[in-house]
Design a binder for this molecule. Structure first.
Ligand code: AMP
Ligand code: GLY
Length: 429
C-alpha cells in the first residue's frame, strides 16, 4: 500500500516513523515533511493549504491512502476532497471537524447529549459580551469561537483582563475565528488528554497523555503548542477512563452520527479532571502535537491497520496493543518561540542519539547537505521510553544535553506532576 502523510511537524514524523514499520506498507511519502520525515519516507513539496494540490499529488504518486495530520487541513475539508477523488483518507469530514473548528458547535452538542462541560454563553456582539463578563465570577474563560491555532483562549483572573480578551476577539485579533465569542465558567482540576479512534459508529480507546503548554519551567510564560508530554497519564485512572468513555466519548459518537455527520478519525479529548469527574474542555479532530510523539513509541500494533480500519468503517473487533513503559518527550524550540524567532541555525549532535529507548522526532528542521538546520518554532522532540516517568525523563534530559544548539531552549521539568507523585509514593512506602 502506498501511503501519503500530510503535514510537517513532529506529529507527522512520529506517524511516518510508525507507519514505516507496517507490513502493509510498500512506499511512504510525506507532504511537505521535514528533516526527520526524510529519514523514513520521501518528502514531496506541496502547498497543503490547497486541497486540489494535495489530490493531484496523491494521484501523481498513485497513493492508496492519505493520512492527514494538522487541524487546519481537517477544517479546510481535505478529507472530503481526497475521498471525492476515490482515495481512502484518514481525516474527519469538514462537517465532523467542527468538533475542533467551532467551540459553539461542540458546546451545543454537549448541551444536546448531556456531556459534562463548563457552563457557557455565546456572543456575536461586543457590548452584551462585556455586560455578561461584568456579572461573571472570576476567573472566567474567554474563547474565540473558531480555529485560532491554539491562541484564542484567555483564562482571565481580573475583570480588566476579561474585558480586554473580549474586546480583542471582536477587534479581529483572531480574524474570522473571533467573530463570535464563547464565555465559560472556569473549571478547577488537573488536565489530561485522551485519544480515541472512531470509525463513525465504533470507537477504540487509544491512550492517555498529559502535555505542558507553557513555554518555561514551572508552567510559566506564554502558551505554546506544547513543550513536552508523557503517556500514559496515571492521573487518568481506569475508573476515570471508563467515565470519560461513557459520559463523554460515547454520547459524542452517538450525537455526531444522529446529526448525519458521523465522526471518522481520531478524537482527542482535552479533559479537566474536576472534583465531580471528568469534564470536556475541548475536542481536537486530529492527533496531538507533541502527544503523538509519546503515543507512537508505545504502540505495539500496526498503525496502518488501525488508521485504515478507522477510515473505512471497520473498527469493530479491532484492538490496539501498547507497551507498558512510559514515553516522555522534551520539545526543543528556537529562542523566541512562541513569539518571533530566527531560522537557519545549525543543530549538532541530534542525528546519532536514536536507540532502543530513545527517538528524536523532528518538527521544524530541514537538511542542507550534511547540516541539520532549524526551520521553525518547535524544532525537535527528544523522546524516551522508561519504566517510570522519572526514568523516561532522565533518559530524555540526558539526550537533550548532548544536542549542541545554542539558538534553542527547552523545559527541564516535563512530567513534573507525575515525577512528584512517583516520589511521594516511594516515600510513603
Ligand atoms: P482550549 O484551546 O479550549 O484547550 O483551551 C486552552 C487551555 O485553556 C486549556 O488547555 C486549559 O488549560 C484552559 N482552559 C480552557 N477552558 C477552560 C475552562 N473552562 N476552565 C479552566 N481552564 C480552561
Ligand atoms: N498539544 C496540544 C495540541 O496538539 O493541540
Amino acid at each position: 500500500m502506498r501511503v501519503l502523510v500530510v503535514g510537517s511537524g513532529g506529529r507527522e514524523h512520529a506517524l511516518a516513523w510508525k507507519l514505516a514499520q507496517s507490513a502493509r506498507l510498500t512506499e511512504l511519502f510525506v507532504a511537505p515533511g521535514n528533516g526527520g520525515t526524510a529519514k523514513v519516507a520521501t518528502n514531496l513539496a506541496c502547498d497543503i493549504t490547497d486541497n486540489e494540490a494535495v489530490v493531484a499529488l496523491a494521484r501523481a504518486h498513485q497513493i492508496d491512502f492519505v493520512v492527514v495530520g494538522p487541524d487546519a487541513q481537517v477544517v479546510q475539508g481535505l478529507g472530503d476532497a481526497v475521498r471525492a477523488a476515490g482515495i481512502d483518507c484518514f481525516c474527519p469530514s469538514a462537517a465532523a471537524g467542527q468538533l475542533e473548528g467551532s467551540k459553539s458547535f461542540t458546546k451545543a452538542l454537549c448541551d444536546e447529549m448531556g456531556i459534562p462541560t463548563a457552563a457557557y454563553r455565546r456572543f456575536e456582539t461586543l457590548h452584551p459580551a462585556i455586560e455578561y463578563v461584568r456579572g461573571h465570577k472570576l476567573p472566567v474563560v474567554i474563547k474565540a469561537d473558531g480555529l485560532a491555532l491554539g491562541k484564542g483562549v484567555t483564562v482571565a483572573t481580573t475583570l480588566n483582563d476579561a474585558i480586554h480578551a473580549v474586546t480583542d476577539c471582536f477587534g479581529g485579533t483572531f480574524g474570522a475565528a473571533g467573530a463570535s465569542v464563547v464565555i465559560e465558567d472556569f473549571l478547577e482540576g488537573e488536565e489530561a488528554s485522551f485519544f480515541v479512534l472512531c470509525d463513525g459508529e465504533t470507537y477504540l480507546p487509544l491512550a492517555t497523555a498529559q502535555d505542558h503548554k507553557r513555554a518555561f519551567d514551572g508552567d510559566m510564560g506564554p502558551n505554546t503548542g506544547g513543550m513536552g508530554a508523557y503517556s500514559p497519564a496515571p492521573v487518568m485512572t481506569p475508573e476515570l477512563v471508563q467515565r470519560t468513555l461513557s459520559e463523554i466519548i460515547e454520547p459524542t459518537v452517538r450525537g455526531m452520527k444522529a446529526r448525519g455527520t458521523p465522526y471518522q478519525g481520531v478524537l482527542y479529548a482535552g479533559l479537566m479532571l474536576t472534583a465531580s469527574g471528568p469534564q470536556l474542555i475541548e475536542y481536537n479532530a486530529r492527533f496531538g502535537d507533541p502527544e503523538t510523539q509519546v503515543l507512537m513509541p508505545r504502540l505495539k500494533s500496526d498503525l496502518l491497520e488501525l488508521l485504515l480500519a478507522t477510515a473505512t468503517g471497520k473498527l469493530a473487533g479491532v484492538e490496539a496493543e501498547w507497551r507498558d513503559e512510559t514515553a516522555l518527550t522534551v520539545v526543543m524550540a528556537t529562542n523566541g518561540y512562541p513569539g518571533s524567532y530566527g531560522k537557519g541555525s545549525e543543530i549538532r549532535g541530534a542525528d546519532t542519539l536514536d536507540g532502543d529507548d530513545l527517538i528524536v522526532f523532528h518538527a521544524g528542521t530541514k537538511r542542507e547537505g550534511e547540516q541539520l538546520l532549524a526551520n521553525g518554532g518547535r524544532v525537535l522532540n527528544v523522546t524516551a521510553l522508561g519504566p517510570s516517568v522519572a526514568a523516561a525523563k532522565q533518559t530524555a534530559d540526558e539526550a537533550v544535553s548532548q544536542i549542541d544548539w545554542p539558538e534553542g531552549f527547552h523545559r527541564n521539568d516535563i512530567g513534573w506532576r507525575e515525577v512528584l507523585r512517583e516520589l511521594n509514593a516511594r516515600l510513603d512506602r
